[in-house]
Ligand binder design. Structure first.
Ligand SMILES: *Cc1c(COP(=O)(O)O)cnc(C)c1O
Length: 348
């Protein structure tokens, strides 16, 4: 049996991905890295990191050491791979074996790292106000002379509200970051996608976008990277007054044809995605009707003149951010929850 016909298909356009990275890179005068945590936001760390390395990315960022090992396998030696969670208990072997740079987050991590891997390079993550990861100002003040003497490769912090350009927190964190790092010789970084778009005072020595590369907000000029095609399992005719799906939440107001497609909330198409979402047969929109089930979605195809084999739910018109808005979440969550049941394909 041809599995690619009967399973939902996630197609990742590596050209669009590369183009988004280049567009972000062109918006600054400084180096641009790439965040490829969570399997490159669900799109496949290997092919994504490979593509970006070919574009010239020399600084990659992952959440934990295991992810860093996977990226190193894909891109080979050379580019820097930094680990946001720093040096956690038991990480030393992975950090050494795969030449990963832990971004040390606490005095404890600093001690652990300098004891376990005294000659292994590291970076520093500072807390400029988000209260999630990083050394707090007082701890950093105490540690700075010792850390600086060991030449950290990176000193960075993260913005809490950079997707809201007018939020006072942005400049507040900028000031704290400056106060904590002015005069240091290590390369500094504060901006992810949102911070990059805030302007040059947030750029420092390099930026490290994630979501913008993958085609998501707040980078409004991004090219869509992902398409999702759902195979049609069957199509049935409904009389006026018949209902569709769990809870009878949709009722036919006209003689209707309903297509059932093979994907659902177990594939990251959240049940909370309410009305207003279409699937597409070529360019023609066909509304999703009734509740989204675990493995199935029902679609009104009455207005089509043909019986489609597959319907597309993510494309250039309806994006991850549209699905996110309909589900009351953010594009990041839609992307990273697109499940492992998809057959993944890449277009170069
Ligand atoms: C996830 C993350 C990024 C990338 O953020 P985007 O909003 O996806 O660009 C950058 N830095 C840190 C510390 C992160 O956790």
């Amino acid at each position: 049996m041809n599995r690619t016909m009967s399973t939902a298909r996630l197609t990742i356009n590596l050209q669009a991905l590369a183009s988004n990275w280049r567009a972000l890179d062109a918006m600054t005068e400084v180096e641009t890295g790439a965040v490829v945590k969570a399997d490159a936001y669900g799109l496949g760390a290997g092919p994504v990191a490979d593509t970006l390395a070919e574009e010239g990315v020399r600084k990659f960022f992952v959440a934990v050491a295991e992810e860093g090992a996977a990226v190193r396998k894909a891109i080979g030696p050379g580019p820097m791979i930094c680990v946001f969670s720093g040096h956690m208990e038991g990480d030393a072997d992975l950090l050494r074996a795969h030449d990963l740079i832990p971004l040390l987050n606490s005095p404890e991590q600093f001690q652990r790292h300098t004891q376990a891997l005294p000659d292994h390079p590291f970076g520093i993550q500072l807390d400029s106000g988000m209260n999630r990861l990083g050394l707090e100002p007082a701890d950093w003040a105490a540690l700075r002379p010792q850390a600086e003497a060991l030449n950290p490769l990176v000193v960075m912090s993260h913005l809490a509200c950079s997707d809201e350009p007018d939020h006072a927190m942005n400049h507040q964190q900028l000031k704290v970051f400056r106060d904590m790092t002015d005069g240091i010789s290590a390369p500094r970084s504060l901006a992810a996608t949102g911070g990059l778009l805030l302007g040059s005072e947030f750029h420092f020595d390099f930026c490290r976008p994630g979501i913008g590369i993958y085609g998501g907000m707040p980078f409004t000029a991004a090219k869509p990277v992902v398409t999702v095609d759902l195979p049609v399992v069957q199509i049935r005719a409904l009389e006026v007054g018949e209902t569709v799906g769990y809870g009878n939440s949709w009722t036919a107001r006209r003689p209707s044809r309903i297509a059932t497609v093979a994907a659902g909330y177990a594939d990251g198409l959240h049940r909370a995605i309410g009305g207003g979402i279409d699937t597409f047969a070529g360019g023609q929109p066909c509304p999703v009707v009734g509740r989204i089930s675990m493995d199935l979605i029902t679609v009104d195809v009455t207005d089509l003149t043909h019986a489609p084999d597959r319907l597309r739910i993510l494309n250039g018109h309806q994006t991850v951010d549209d699905l996110a808005e309909a589900a009351g979440t953010i594009g990041y969550e839609i992307l990273t929850s697109l499940g492992s049941r998809y057959s993944r394909g890449y277009v170069e």
